[in-house]
Design a protein around this ligand. Structure first.
Ligand code: MEV
Length: 432
């Protein structure tokens, strides 16, 4: 059997699975059964998922959970999360409860501008290019009128086009730097369609005395959205921060954030924890978590050094903790209404606008970071983590319900490892 194949996408699903199974599965029957087990019996629903991407052979499940009791801007939210990591939802729920007794989270959207660029090479005179751009700028915008009609009705559209000279960094390189407002949609397709129309007009305009010198390299949105920014924060009296020795622990917490601000090795892990919360809600609402992650990490490095996305301080006896993060999200378009669970997630969130969703998701990130730092600066992370992970280990070891219950109570408040669980289970099985 050959491990390469031509015309694969033209094969039926059955044929694709058979090719795969015969080439790669150690147990063909079992492998096929596993794939089929994860296919939805509802044919229409399965077809919907099949058509999201090419060559679909099954579905890959990720747990879908909710974290209730979030108070954001004095409104109660239950936050849906899609994530495989054991401790994330538990942490979110605990933190939601902790802050709900202290006035909850406050959040506000700072800006909502998105960016796309037409990247081009031009070897002629810059003044000629500038003149041509100034003369045709309105027409460039007009060339997108059909595409932007609906968006303009919703209060969005193209905000501006700038000609940017980048030749200091790369010979002959210029950009049309286009800014957009995309209202409640993430706007990726909208932005890319506008950019392609603008590029085409720019390249082919009849008045264009310099057009033979322009070579369009590409037209694409940017996932770096530092001006699509949201802030979320919590604050409380230091005395309310922790039951024992609150000043000591609040100070330690602030120091943990300061460390992430100056030490990239720590900052990456610190921000990864934030993204645990953010990605889970981004995914559950049918948004593009890769785009959000790329934009967030780039923002964390905007000063030239990779830093924490959160900040904390103690001032006049009060503890403050906040996040500022770029989030490009949609509550219409894309998968948001197409994926039944994404649609339901938005309903659980009381059908938020994109701005409201930015606030909710920033809070999910801040909450997750709060949980991680609180654990790290007090008991350490493993106690809570391993408690949740214990269930995964027990499942790996194929423990039954009764065994899970006994081992979980035996190992309560103990540091668990795969080895300790295996030993405890072995002992239990000998004794019974
Ligand atoms: C684990 O997924 C995330 C943490 O490592 C985050 C952190 O260290 O801040 C716990």
């Amino acid at each position: 059997m050959s491990k390469t194949v031509t015309g694969f996408s033209k094969l039926s699903k059955e044929e694709k699975i058979n090719w795969l199974a015969n080439n790669f599965f150690s147990n063909v029957k079992e492998g096929i059964a596993t794939l089929k087990q994860y296919q939805n019996q509802n044919e229409k629903l399965q077809q919907l998922h099949d058509e999201f991407i090419e060559n679909t052979i099954s579905n890959f499940y990720v747990p879908y959970a909710i974290a209730p009791n979030f108070i954001i801007n004095n409104k109660a939210y239950t936050i849906p999360m899609a994530i495989e990591e054991s401790s994330v939802v538990a942490a979110a729920s605990l933190v939601a409860k902790f802050w709900s007794s202290k006035g909850g989270f406050m959040a506000n959207v700072i800006s909502t501008t998105k960016v796309g660029q037409v990247h081009f090479m031009y070897s002629g005179d810059f003044d000629d290019l500038k003149k041509y751009f100034t003369k045709t700028k309105d027409q460039l915008i007009d060339s997108t009128n059909d595409i932007t009609a609906n968006m303009r009705k919703r209060g969005g559209g193209i905000l501006d086009i700038e000609l940017r000279d980048k030749t200091i960094k790369l010979d002959n390189y210029y950009q049309l730097h286009v800014t957009f407002e995309t209202a409640d949609s993430m706007g990726a397709n909208f932005i890319n369609s506008c950019l392609e129309a603008i590029a085409e007009k720019f390249r082919t305009d009849n008045l264009n005395s310099v057009r033979q010198d322009i070579k369009i390299v590409m037209s694409i949105l940017s996932n770096y959205v530092p001006e699509c920014l949201v802030r979320a924060e919590v604050s409380c009296d230091v005395s309310d921060f922790f039951t024992e020795n609150p000043t000591y622990y609040a100070q330690k917490f602030v120091e943990a954030v300061q460390i992430a601000n100056i030490e990239p090795y720590r900052a990456v892990t610190h921000n990864k924890g934030i993204m645990n919360g953010i990605d889970a809600v981004v995914l559950a609402t049918g948004n593009d978590f890769r785009a959000v992650a790329a934009g967030a990490h780039a923002y964390a490095a905007k000063s030239g050094t990779y830093k924490s996305l959160t900040n904390a301080k103690i001032e006049n006896g009060k503890f403050y903790f906040w996040i500022e993060i770029p989030l490009s999200l949609g509550t219409v378009g894309g998968l948001t209404k197409l994926h039944p669970l994404a649609k339901l997630s938005l309903e659980i969130l009381q059908n938020p606008s994109a701005k409201e969703l930015m606030q909710i998701i920033a809070v999910a990130g801040l909450a997750q970071n709060f949980a991680a730092l609180k654990a790290l600066t007090t008991t350490g992370i493993q106690q809570g983590h391993m408690k949740m992970h214990l269930v995964n280990i027990l499942n790996q070891l194929e423990a039954n319900l009764h065994e899970k219950k006994i081992i979980s109570s035996q190992l309560e408040n103990k540091t668990v490892s795969h080895n300790t669980v295996a030993k405890a289970l072995h002992q239990l099985r000998i004794e019974n």
